[in-house]
Design a binder for this molecule. Sequence first.
Ligand SMILES: [Zn+2]
Ligand SMILES: [Zn+2]
Length: 274
Amino acid sequence: MGVSEAQESVVRITVLGKSPSWQDADGACSGYLIEDEEFALLLDCGNGVFSKLRRYRDYTALDAVVISHLHSDHFLDLVPFSYALTYAPRQQPVPVDRWPGTDSPAHPRLIAPKGARDTFRRVVGSWGNDDLIEAAFDLTEYETGEKLELGPLTVRFEEVPHFTTTHAVDVTSSNGSGRFTYGADCRPGDELVEAAHDTDLLIIEATLPRPERTGIRGHMTPAEAGEHARRAGARRVVLTHISDELDELWAREQATTAFGGPVEIAHEGAVYTV
Ligand SMILES: [Zn+2]
Ligand SMILES: [Zn+2]
């Protein structure tokens, strides 16, 4: 084997937020920045994510936002993001000589589940212009099972069982790097195992200290997450959607035992590559 001539292409996944539906101290709910060379995609945009995104990337240099499901902890920061795209001085249509670079304000794509337009209108319409989000972004609603080409990335949406219509998001790149699967929020079942079959990196929720005591299940424990990752044959596993109020060492041990190999816990700012 010779010396490699070019650096291997990778997709970088940066954890912007990994909290469940309430934020960790100083934390953010679900948000993952996915970068493939110059292309950048934000996967979920829960409360707190917009300010975390700004540490890593200019929000006007984001190509697309993808939303896994319409729960607040996965989309609420589309509101401040939309205000920025609408009212930030450099986004205003003022003469270019006064604000260099303002000749074409950013208008990123927003790809959200069917019904998103109505949900966003109801949320924002409760106090302001109901078209705030759809005017700030170029909104497309996707269908379950759909596969989209976004720059160099191919993104596939597979439904997983949760309290509302929810999609695992599977990402591959034309640059030949590995595959990454985000399980979104999910109760135990075969759906995620199939969606994540043979993936290189599975980011999977581990929300619960124990299974829900009553009602319909919607989330997993760390042991269940590890067991689903094992059944999927995932090569690398990261637990997410996990509170700082849950014992991390306990969670990792539970998941590692069920997975049969090392499992990592998502931390804000952690970078994974495939
Ligand atoms: Zn959630
Ligand atoms: Zn949810």
